[in-house]
Design a protein around this ligand. Structure first.
Ligand SMILES: [Fe+2]
Length: 215
């Protein structure tokens, strides 16, 4: 079975005006779909055909140093995974900060909810070039990390809880070059803290070894 483009979890216009319908149409219909289509073409007739996205990412990551074909497979597979996780990381009328157990951990690790928001926005804004800003869980601690291009924390032993896409295609139609405004607006108004809390709870169970793929 080829990898399938996951359904967008809300309508195209549901995140407006923070992320416009025009941006979402381009981003999901063109960019995300292109990564899926390219990936399926690349793995067809290889030993990675019919594997899950998670398996393809990890196996391609392990082969990248010696196999140029694995680089292209990793890039498209990781971008497919990262985008699915990004859609889940946002929700209409989101933001508002974490609640419950995760709120206590945010306060312990970043000083306050505002401390997290400021540090996350700074990291996302200052990341050089295309990439992603993540809240991850690593060995029991929350961390803010960024990855370049198709980089994904799931190959670094980290469990992602939230992500914001900082490729220009994510914000240029709405904010032009003003990445800081895009990130601050997304953090304050769209972050899906319920999704983060669910992932945090699952990852905190001793039996869970890695992040579950987004649906
Ligand atoms: Fe993107």
């Amino acid at each position: 079975m080829p990898i399938v483009l996951p359904k967008l979890p809300y309508d195209y216009d549901a995140l407006a005006p923070i992320v416009s319908g025009a941006t979402l149409r381009f981003h999901y219909d063109r960019h995300h779909r292109a990564y899926i289509d390219a990936l399926n073409a690349l793995v067809r007739h290889t030993d990675l055909a019919d594997r899950t996205l998670d398996v393809i990412i990890h196996r391609a990551a392990g082969r990248r140093a010696n196999d140029p074909a694995a680089v292209a497979i990793f890039n498209n597979a990781a971008q497919a995974w990262n985008h699915a996780f990004y859609w889940q990381s946002l929700r209409p009328k989101g933001g508002g900060g974490p609640r419950g157990v995760l709120a206590a951990r945010i306060e312990a690790d970043f000083g306050s909810e505002r401390g997290f928001a400021d540090a996350f926005t700074a990291a996302a804004t200052s990341h050089f070039g295309s990439g992603w800003a993540w809240l991850v869980l690593e060995r029991g601690a929350l961390r803010i990390v960024t990855t370049s291009n198709a980089g994904t924390p799931i190959v670094n032993g980290q469990t992602p809880l939230l992500v914001v896409d900082v490729w220009e295609h994510a914000y240029y139609l709405d904010y032009q070059q003003r990445r800081a405004d895009y990130v601050a607006n997304v953090v304050d108004n769209l972050l899906n803290w319920d999704f983060a809390a669910q992932t945090f709870a699952r990852a905190s169970e001793p039996s869970v070894q890695s992040a579950a793929l987004p649906a």
